[in-house]
Design a protein around this ligand. Structure first.
Ligand code: ADP
Length: 263
């Protein structure tokens, strides 16, 4: 798309000269459209749990609460839906809030951070009887924004666990060359079909909505990974085969962060 400004020169004289300035606003229009789509999706995604919460509460109040089994079942649904609502709000804020200006890079030990992230997934890992392989040198460090880097690792591990099969394997590998850290998270899960792979980092894009919701997924985990990795001056790639598994690889500068984060 093109916007134009027309300026008349030599106004008042007989030979009118006109200056036309054309602006290519294709990119701006795309950004505007993406923002509108995001707001539309956000409203829809927020309404889903709210509708469930108020619907089940209303049914309980109308008399269903007198049956202890129904009461218990509905309260669990209400609890799960409000947890999802909280997670959605947290994720939406993470994506929309600009950095406060207080954010600063610090040296981070990669192994400690991976261990922490795995620790918080202890329960689903045990339930699925997954094997975890971590190949991370204990002295590997990166100077980065700890909260962002940690969120990237957590979101990738979270998916590697949730989209895995029972008795599956999650392998975390990290190594560095002179400039970059390469961290990959590999799983033996359901995999991602080729035509979904390019859309997987979009906000609210899910291959299987029902499965994602059932796992408590917000559809924003990978969009957050993508945003944060770019903010930290790196990138993320995906290699996946349907029915075999997926490998997400994050490349981040070891020390050479975007200047915004330097102390
Ligand atoms: P969600 O909350 O749905 O997991 P994400 O943004 O983290 O949202 O992921 C988007 C979609 O990508 C998921 O719904 C799922 O379809 C697919 N996906 C993400 N990670 C994996 C994985 N490790 N294996 C298979 N599919 C995955």
């Amino acid at each position: 798309s093109v916007d134009a400004s027309v300026i008349a020169l030599n106004r008042g004289t007989s030979d009118l000269q006109v200056l036309v300035i054309l602006y290519d606003v294709t990119y701006l229009r795309q950004v505007e459209q993406m923002q509108l789509d995001f707001v539309g999706n956000v409203s829809h995604e927020l309404k889903t749990p709210v509708t469930a919460i108020s619907g089940f509460a209303e049914t309980l109040l109308a008399g269903a609460k007198d049956d202890p089994q129904t009461l218990d079942q509905f309260l669990h649904i209400i609890y799960d839906e409000s947890s999802r609502l909280t997670q959605l709000i947290t994720d939406i804020l993470t994506l929309s809030r600009p950095d406060s200006g207080q954010v600063q890079a610090k040296p981070v030990n990669v192994q400690a951070l991976v261990t922490d992230a795995l620790q918080s997934l202890k329960q689903p890992i045990a339930e699925k009887q997954l094997t975890i392989n971590a190949d991370v040198p204990d002295d590997l460090a990166i100077t980065t924004v700890p909260a962002k880097f940690s969120q990237v690792v957590r979101n990738l591990l979270n998916n590697a666990v949730f989209y895995n099969r029972k008795d599956g394997v999650v392998t975390v590998t990290a190594k560095a060359d002179e400039k970059n850290l390469k961290l990959s998270v590999q799983d033996t899960g359901i995999g991602i079909a080729e035509n979904d792979q390019e859309r997987i980092f979009e906000r609210f894009y899910r291959v299987d909505k029902a499965r994602s919701r059932h796992n408590g997924g917000t559809g924003l985990g990978l969009a957050i990974v993508h945003d944060m990795v770019l903010q930290l001056g790196g990138d993320v790639t995906l290699n996946s085969q349907l029915g075999v598994g997926s490998t997400f690889t994050v490349t981040l500068p070891l020390t050479d962060l975007p200047s915004f984060y330097k102390g």
